[in-house]
Design a protein around this ligand. Structure first.
Ligand SMILES: C[S@@+](CC[C@H](N)C(=O)[O-])C[C@H]1O[C@@H](n2cnc3c(N)ncnc32)[C@H](O)[C@@H]1O
Length: 258
């Protein structure tokens, strides 16, 4: 669906991240380190550091792992507030306020484009066209999402609360396929599990950083977060625990244009 086909509410949610940037930087789960190797892929030239563009980089959760793996990273995001948080943790990374649909990079500039927890916000046709333009020949695109893993009973109960809020869930594979179509790319994928260990209050505060919560009125958000707090306090899996395990299913895709 094109940007023009998206609702005003969608655009408002996509733009809501700046209001929770500082909390986001601390409370969102990161990604398993081995996912970086998969997203960036093998280097045909045998060199170590690649030039990577991280789109929708936000506060830099994936950017940080890319830098730690020895890559030179450019980070872009439409939210200046998110990028300010990124600059605090990664002062050497070049940043630019921009959208995936209009990237501020020259043609054939990077080896890899990554997007973590972000490509579902992009309009696939113009974003893929921009990715193709900035990628060097032989370049690839790495997409990753980390979503709550409902197989744990308390997480299923949590998801029921979220479903009541009409929080739409997208399928990572469907988003990756849409990008693969636009890019004319072959897709490889991998799945893993990542467990975030957090205090109940940090879990609650993490939900306050979600785009749907940031877009609620203050009263609605307080009631919604209260329900999550109550669930953790009473569910047999989590009751009385100082630290709870919040499992995430991590889905990563590497797209290689043909
Ligand atoms: C859930 S956050 C993910 C941030 C970071 N990559 C991470 O893994 O934590 C989604 C990010 O996508 C950004 N975003 C939303 N719409 C975008 C667009 N059209 N182009 C690029 N980034 C966008 C938001 O500003 C936000 O920082």
């Amino acid at each position: 669906m094109g940007e023009s086909g998206r609702s005003a509410a969608w655009a408002e949610r996509a733009d809501s991240f700046g209001s929770v940037a500082a909390e986001y930087a601390v409370l969102r789960p990161t990604y398993p380190p081995d996912v970086v190797g998969f997203l960036v892929g093998p280097d045909a030239s045998g060199g170590s550091g690649r030039r990577v563009l991280d789109v929708g980089a936000g506060t830099g959760l994936l950017t940080e792992l890319l830098v730690a793996a020895g890559h030179e990273v450019v980070a872009v995001d439409p939210s200046a507030a998110m990028l300010e948080q990124l600059a605090l943790r990664l002062p050497d990374v070049t940043t630019a306020v921009a959208r995936a649909e209009a990237l501020p990079l020259p043609a054939a500039d990077v080896d890899v484009v990554t997007a973590a927890q972000a490509a579902h916000w992009f309009d696939p046709a113009p974003a893929a066209a921009e990715m193709s333009r900035v990628l060097r020949p032989g370049g690839t695109v790495g997409l990753v999402w980390s979503l709550r893993d409902d197989r744990a009973p308390w997480v299923a109960a949590l998801s029921a609360i979220l479903a009541a809020e009409n929080v739409d869930r997208f399928r990572p594979a469907a988003v990756a396929e849409a990008f693969a179509r636009e890019l004319g790319a072959d897709v490889r994928s991998t799945e893993s599990v990542f467990v975030q260990r957090a205090t109940p209050e940090d879990v609650v505060a993490g939900f306050a950083t979600r785009s749907y919560a940031a877009a609620m009125t203050e009263d609605r958000r307080a009631a919604f977060l209260g329900e999550i707090r109550e669930l953790i306090a009473t569910h047999p899996d989590t009751r009385g625990r100082e630290v709870v395990d919040l499992p995430h299913a991590v889905s990563a895709f590497r797209l290689t244009p043909r």
